[in-house]
Design a protein around this ligand. Structure first.
Ligand SMILES: Nc1nc2c(ncn2[C@@H]2O[C@H](COP(=O)(O)OP(=O)(O)OP(=O)(O)O)[C@@H](O)[C@H]2O)c(=O)[nH]1
Ligand SMILES: [Mg+2]
Length: 363
């Protein structure tokens, strides 16, 4: 999974990036580097820890999320509404966008829009994303116009269809409806996915709150959720979380306890991004490796096997499946087998979150 971090200048993008990836990219109060930061977060998962303790594999491999902090506000990397190629590439290849919105107040750090106003900042960014989509649409419509002039009769229909779809999307965008909230039939949706649109991407909002707002975090989250139902919203104090992410686990935990802080920001952000994107984890385990895999809802057992190896998908015979809850009850596989909790599933089985799977295949 790949997530792109965006937001206005000095909203705390790099601070959040460092928090999530335990990274050390430079955070700045004044200048702006234009270098994107790229990093990876291991998905924290208590279940994988339990499997490791039970099986003592040589290796434990958590699922990963890749983050890119594009290193500047969208405005700074746009030229007449068009986002420069390199940055656009990071954005279009991301599965989700993570928008950092500043609610911390600090008079030493200039706010791009003059003062703190989360709602306005979200709208400003929405507009910038929509602008990029509109630029793509305009360009394509122009191309269709000239193509239609010399098109053969047999070609006209598909151009006209595309033209009418794009005009509809354009009209909605101009009425402040991002593409992710527009309605399409399956055929149109497929066509839409061929363009590099940004407002089609699922979006998550991180409210970067100040230390003095910690007790307000739930209230602030709810305020934004009320007007932006379609977004996942998480409030975190970027500066504090970044400092904590650089401590070792036990010192960080101690610090959290004394501060009365909730679970680490990383865990909350990852949980939200999984549910926003409709993702879940399944596990494979053995003497060599215990590993977590990320798949979407409604993935069949053979499709999930394809994540592990294409040969297993091709040669799929059946899957031996146990839920994590059943594993916890039994503590090991042979006990589970005795109790009949190790199920045999076929090619139509839909993999569930927390399934521990052993594949039987033939190649
Ligand atoms: N007080 C306070 N300061 C913060 C917080 N988060 C970030 N900052 C500070 O705000 C400044 C900007 O943070 P960055 O993370 O560099 O922000 P950015 O969005 O990456 O900035 P650009 O990439 O330059 O647009 C730095 O001086 C941070 O230390 C916060 O939660 N509280
Ligand atoms: Mg930055």
């Amino acid at each position: 999974m790949k997530v792109a971090i965006i937001g206005l200048a000095k909203s705390g993008k790099t601070t959040i990036f460092n928090t999530l990836t335990k990274g050390n990219a430079e955070v700045t109060a004044y200048s702006s580097s234009l270098h994107p930061n790229i990093g990876m977060a291991k998905v924290p998962d208590q279940r994988l820890r339990a499997l490791t303790e039970a099986f003592h594999p040589k290796k434990t491999t958590p699922a990963e999320v890749n983050y890119v902090d594009i290193g500047a506000s969208l405005k700074a990397v746009s030229n007449k509404g068009e986002i420069v190629g390199e940055v656009l590439n990071y954005l279009t290849t991301a599965d989700a966008l993570l928008q950092v919105v500043r609610t911390f107040d600090d008079k030493n750090i200039v706010h791009a829009e003059g003062n703190i106003d989360a709602e306005r900042d979200i709208s400003t960014l929405d507009l910038e994303l929509a602008f990029s989509d509109l630029t793509i649409i305009e360009r394509r419509l122009n191309k269709i116009d000239s193509a239609l002039k010399k098109a053969k009769v047999t070609e006209r229909e598909s151009y006209l269809k595309e033209q009418s779809l794009l005009n509809r999307v354009k009209k909605d965008l101009e009425n402040d409806i991002p593409i992710r909230q527009q309605t399409f039939n399956q055929h149109e949706l497929k066509a839409i996915q061929n363009y590099q649109f940004l407002t089609i991407k699922p979006m998550m909002i991180i409210l970067n709150i100040g230390e003095d707002q910690l007790s307000l975090s739930a209230t602030l989250e709810n305020e934004i959720r009320e007007t932006h139902h379609q977004f996942a919203v998480v409030a975190i104090c970027g500066k504090l979380e970044m400092e904590l992410s650089q401590l070792d686990d036990s010192s960080a935990r101690e610090f959290r306890d004394t501060m009365g802080l909730d679970e680490p920001a990383l865990d909350r952000v990852i949980k939200s991004s999984y549910s926003l994107l409709g993702l879940l984890s399944f596990f494979t385990t053995g003497a060599d490796e215990a590993k977590a895999w990320t798949i979407s809802n409604n993935t069949t057992a053979p499709q999930a096997a394809g994540k592990v190896h294409s040969d297993i998908e091709r040669g799929f015979i059946r899957a031996e499946v146990m839920s994590f809850a059943d594993f916890e009850l039994c503590g090991n596989m042979s006990e589970a087998r005795k109790k009949g909790l190790l199920r045999t599933e076929g090619k139509d089985y839909i993999v569930q979150d927390g399934d521990i799977i052993n594949y039987l295949f033939n190649i």
